[in-house]
Write a protein that binds this ligand. Structure first.
Ligand SMILES: O=c1ccn([C@@H]2O[C@H](COP(=O)(O)OP(=O)(O)O[C@H]3O[C@H](CO)[C@H](O)[C@H](O)[C@H]3O)[C@@H](O)[C@H]2O)c(=O)[nH]1
Length: 347
């Protein structure tokens, strides 16, 4: 695989499923600026596609209306591409909780469609985007993403001769993503309302959109079949996040209203389980977990086990590097939407 994503994107044709979302739009911009030959975007929303067409006004951007649930539309979008970034997903925890079968259709079966279509089209590399909620999952969104990961890994295990490298990346919370807590807090501050906090001690890994795009590029450059990558990230409590944001935007000490956790929410998230941490390799800003290539040989499985797993800890938002208010302010200040809100933010 190439050592430099920019070099390899030049002249390449790339498909992005779910390509009209925040990740997709950021990735499209990067790919076009790196002289991609074409970028195929597969998504369901024609209005967002139209907005994207106007925004980029670039003939190299090809928009495919369709759904990962529909193998034919996936086949058309990945045909003739070199790389696929699979970002299409149902990712809201509450909606998946109430409609779990919809999460299975998109996140599990849709992912299988993407991987199979990519392999059939001779695509060189498919990177599937997952989430920390897939580790020890307690909600339907996380469970369906865990099965997506298994689907990707099973493809790599069962097709050792395939020309298509399938890998997985896992994110923490992407800051300022649509529908997430930071834009909600901003709205509440502006409206003079109290900040609604579910549980003050709840922690989350915090990543910027740029970091999440870089993680996918890292996977694309370094992946062996079935690899899983995470980016090392800092975590903080929601109370710290709320206080940091209020201070940064000049609101001082905010009024806080505690709501209690929502359906399917964990107190802390885990980016890598202790079973994965046993096998992890440290790649600087990233961790790589190689595919577990053991076969269905129960005797070996039983005899060998993984005794080290008992002494290694999960990589969780509870035991990761924890930001205080000042550190959270510094990270928040790197987000373009927040920077544009006040000139008083230090760069
Ligand atoms: O009014 C609110 C809403 C949320 N929170 C808290 O803020 C944190 C972040 O909440 P978000 O809704 O922003 O994010 P989630 O952790 O629920 O999940 C998000 O991050 C995931 C990755 O872990 C997925 O990307 C998912 O799609 C996305 O919604 C949580 O501890 C949540 O309890 C509050 O305190 N008050």
């Amino acid at each position: 695989m190439p050592a430099d994503p920019a070099a390899d994107m030049a002249g390449a044709v790339i498909a992005i499923t779910g390509g009209t979302g925040s990740f997709g739009a950021t990735m499209v911009e990067r790919l076009l600026s790196r002289d991609a030959r074409a970028v195929h975007v597969l998504s369901r929303d024609e209005a967002k596609q139209d907005a994207m067409r106007r925004r980029f006004a670039d003939d190299r951007l090809k928009l495919f209306l369709g759904d990962v649930r529909d193998p034919r539309s996936v086949g058309e979008a990945v045909s003739g591409t070199d790389y696929v970034f699979h970002a299409a997903a149902l990712k809201q925890v509450p909606s998946c909780e109430f409609f779990p079968q919809q999460a299975v259709s998109t996140n599990v079966l849709g992912s299988r469609n993407v991987i199979e279509a990519a392999a059939a089209a001779g695509v060189r590399s498919v990177v599937c985007l997952s989430t920390d909620k897939a580790v020890y999952p307690i909600n339907a969104m996380g469970m369906s993403k865990a099965l997506m990961e298994k689907t990707a890994q099973a493809f790599a295990r069962n097709n050792p001769g395939s020309a298509t490298v399938v890998s997985v990346t896992r994110y923490g919370n992407v800051m300022y993503s649509r529908g997430s807590v930071i834009p909600l807090f901003v709205d509440q501050l502006r409206a003079g309302r109290p900040l609604t906090i579910t549980e003050p001690t709840m922690t989350r890994f915090m990543m910027t959109l740029t970091e999440s795009v870089e993680l996918v590029e890292h996977a694309f450059v370094h992946a062996e079949p079935g690899d899983l990558f995470v980016r090392k990230a800092s975590a903080c409590t929601v109370e710290v996040l709320a206080r940091a944001l209020a201070k940064l935007l000049g609101y001082g000490e905010p009024e806080i209203k505690v709501l209690g956790p929502r359906h399917g929410e964990k107190l802390h998230e885990t980016l890598l389980s202790r079973e994965e941490m046993v096998r992890v390799s440290d790649q600087g800003d990233y961790f790589r977990v190689p595919l577990d290539t053991r076969s269905l040989d129960y005797e070996v499985y039983f005899d060998q086990g993984a005794p080290e797993a008992a002494v290694v800890e999960d990589y969780s938002s509870d035991n990761a590097e924890r930001m205080d208010v000042e550190q959270a302010m510094a990270l928040l200040a790197t987000i373009p939407e927040i920077r544009s809100m006040t000139e008083r933010i230090p760069l």
